[in-house]
Design a protein around this ligand. Structure first.
Ligand code: GLA
Length: 391
């Protein structure tokens, strides 16, 4: 049974009528520009064909009742209970409910109408895998409330409100990339976003290559703490570099040449973190031209360099991710392979020539399993459209 059929069935059983609407919002995979969105850099993600789906209808009840089919749990909250992160019965919201509740809070802050809803949702974006399952939940609920509230916002505004929910309500200090990709996805295209100006464009994925996602099945631990430490190191680098470069506002403003000249003035760890960011912004800056010229070989090399930098300088990889990447990079037909997303576990992204994809998946799975004893999940993904109302 498809996810849509599953949530519709659960909805019918629970609320005793057919859901009026279905919304869908995809996860994302990032090809280049990692840990640079919060440094005003360029990112190159794509929305993927795995998504969160919400079946929902408006209700006259004072509170919204949400069923998380993946957890077999339900939560209820209202405009009154939202600021205390509690349910209608005063108990604390379960963790999964912070994402939709955060969206409601963020929309209310904008004075947008957020009618009560009954909803059932589920997702095939694996959680904690670096594919932005949280952003997909947020974007699906923005669409749901937009549908019931009778207002319409441009997709980038919706992404920003989802990010605000995650930053200010859930308490994860993420950048804009994930919500952007989920909100603005374009079928068969990569998305190139300038995280400073928020201007973006789409770049077609060359027809002869496939995006392969390889899930190590290792799940992130302590991610938000480590993530926030990386952000803090970047801010510290800007503070220190400002002594010589008073005009800079973020690491985006620092050229590789200036950085090399001044690097020795930074504490060792701060220097490593900032070097990753400055060089990665340089790499992602080249992406569009390489893709438009069809130079996938050079683009893939940048992906490989990105992985090495995330492993050695930013230090957000883990042994299993390195095993997955090392094997992939040696396989025929693989242009580039690297960890994708925040790191510390989760997935790798691989660009593979179509004719070799079958063998690539097989040999990568065997190699990874024999080195780690873990059974990976490896699949070809399609760049998909962004969050939308299906019904
Ligand atoms: C997470 C965050 C994004 C981005 C990536 C790393 O996915 O949510 O904003 O910072 O990590 O590139």
């Amino acid at each position: 049974m498809s996810i849509i059929d599953q949530i519709s069935k659960i909805y019918q059983e629970k609320f005793e009528h057919t859901p009026a609407h279905i919304a869908r919002a995809p996860g994302r995979v990032n090809l280049l520009g990692e840990h640079v969105d919060y440094n005003d850099g360029f990112v190159l993600p794509a929305a993927i064909d795995r998504a969160t789906y919400v079946a929902f209808s408006q209700t006259n009840a004072p509170h919204s009742t949400l069923v998380a089919a993946d957890f077999n749990q339900q939560a209820s909250f209202s405009a009154e209970s939202i600021s205390t992160k509690t349910q209608a019965d005063s108990s604390p919201l379960p963790e999964w409910a912070l994402y939709p509740a955060g969206v409601m809070w963020s929309l209310m802050e904008e004075k947008l109408s957020v009618p009560s809803m009954n909803a059932v949702f589920a997702s095939d974006v694996p959680r904690g895998s670096g594919l932005s399952s949280s952003a997909s939940v947020e974007m699906a609920y923005v669409i749901a409330w937009q549908t019931l509230g009778g207002w319409t916002l441009p997709s980038m505004r919706r992404a920003l409100l989802g990010q605000k929910a995650e930053n200010k309500y859930v308490g994860v200090n993420c950048g804009i990339m994930d919500q952007f990709a989920s909100a603005c996805g374009v079928e068969n295209n990569l998305l190139l976003l300038d995280c400073r100006s928020l201007e973006w464009t789409s770049v077609p994925l060359p027809e002869h290559v496939s995006i392969v996602i390889a899930d190590t099945t290792v799940r992130r631990k302590l991610t938000s703490g480590e993530y926030n430490k990386r952000r803090a190191a970047c801010e510290e680098a800007v503070r220190l570099l400002k002594q010589d470069l008073p005009m800079i506002n973020s690491l985006r403003d620092v050229s590789v040449e200036d950085f090399n000249r001044l690097a020795s003035k930074l504490p060792v760890e701060v220097e490593k973190r900032a070097r990753h960011v400055v060089e990665e912004i340089g790499r992602s800056d080249q992406a569009q031209a390489l893709l438009e010229a069809g130079n996938i070989q050079s683009f893939g090399r940048l992906m490989n360099e990105c992985h090495a930098s995330l492993r050695d300088l930013y230090e957000v990889s883990c042994p299993e991710l390195n095993v997955m990447v090392n094997i992939a990079q040696m396989l025929e037909g693989c242009y580039g392979a690297r960890l994708t997303g925040a790191g510390f576990g989760g997935c790798t992204v691989n660009l593979v020539v179509n004719e070799r994809v079958g063998d690539f998946v097989k040999v990568l799975a065997q190699g990874y399993e024999s080195e780690t004893g873990l059974h990976p999940e490896i699949y070809i993904t399609r760049a998909s459209s962004g969050a939308e109302l299906l019904k």
